[in-house]
Design a protein around this ligand. Structure first.
Ligand code: HEC
Length: 198
């Protein structure tokens, strides 16, 4: 390539890029974007962010290996308890009334009982790592991979459940690992008194 011949157009492109960057900088600094959760994005912005999120999840979950026992009833039962404790406040469930928390979220937390297009590997990744700039927490900070797979196993069954089946699954869930740990430490500190009902 003859650099001297192309120099004017290269300079022009560089100037355009600089002007655009300066413009973007001014927009950011002026703080004109309404960051409030009660003001939806424009269609274009929404679609860009949606694609950005979907592609990031697809790429990052590429190496996730599924466990062989994802349909094991024991996993599903354990997942029901975890889901009911930690997820219904935002994601609701069959027969669960919309919570105040769920109504204020933007982006909204999808109702997983209505079905979810993510693959099991993608669901695992999202539950473990959470999603930046959304209310979806990274549960991997406090839960090991086995517990996260229990939740994936359960949410894959969720769209097939009606309200009664959902309640029955929650009622028959084993006590979660966390509850067991709490009870163990309660017993250690407080062996004499009977458990109180709160
Ligand atoms: C404080 C609210 C909140 C809680 C609690 C919460 N989530 Fe989420 N979750 C969200 C939001 C908001 C999104 C959507 C994020 C986005 O649009 O990128 C989300 C996204 C997801 C998705 C991806 C769905 C999709 O199709 O994109 C899965 C799967 C999920 N959550 C599972 C769970 C599980 C399992 C739990 C409980 C362990 C949980 N979430 C707890 C708010 C929450």
């Amino acid at each position: 390539m003859d650099l001297r011949r192309h120099l004017p157009s290269v300079t022009f492109v560089l100037i355009v890029l600089l002007v655009l960057a300066a413009f973007a900088g001014i927009l950011v600094y002026a703080g004109v974007y309404n960051i409030g959760a009660d003001a939806p994005h424009s269609r274009l912005m929404y679609n860009i962010l949606d694609e950005f999120r979907d592609r990031a999840i697809a790429t990052h979950s590429r190496d996730v290996r599924l466990p062989a026992d994802l349909n094991d009833p024991k996993r599903i039962a354990a997942g029901a308890g975890l889901y009911n404790e930690m997820c219904t406040g935002c994601h609701l469930g069959p027969g669960v009334e919309r919570s105040e928390l769920s109504q204020g979220l933007y982006p909204a937390a999808p109702e997983l009982a209505r079905g979810d297009d993510l693959s099991p590997a993608e669901q695992f990744w999202v539950i473990k790592h959470g999603v930046k700039l959304s209310a979806m927490p990274a549960w991997g900070r406090t839960h090991d991979d086995q517990l996260i797979w229990d939740m994936v196993a359960f949410i894959r069954q969720l769209p097939k459940m009606n309200a009664q089946q959902f309640q029955a699954a929650v009622a028959s869930a084993p006590e979660s690992h966390e509850e067991m740990m709490e009870h163990m430490s309660d017993e250690k500190h407080d062996t004499a008194s009977k458990p109180h009902s709160h």
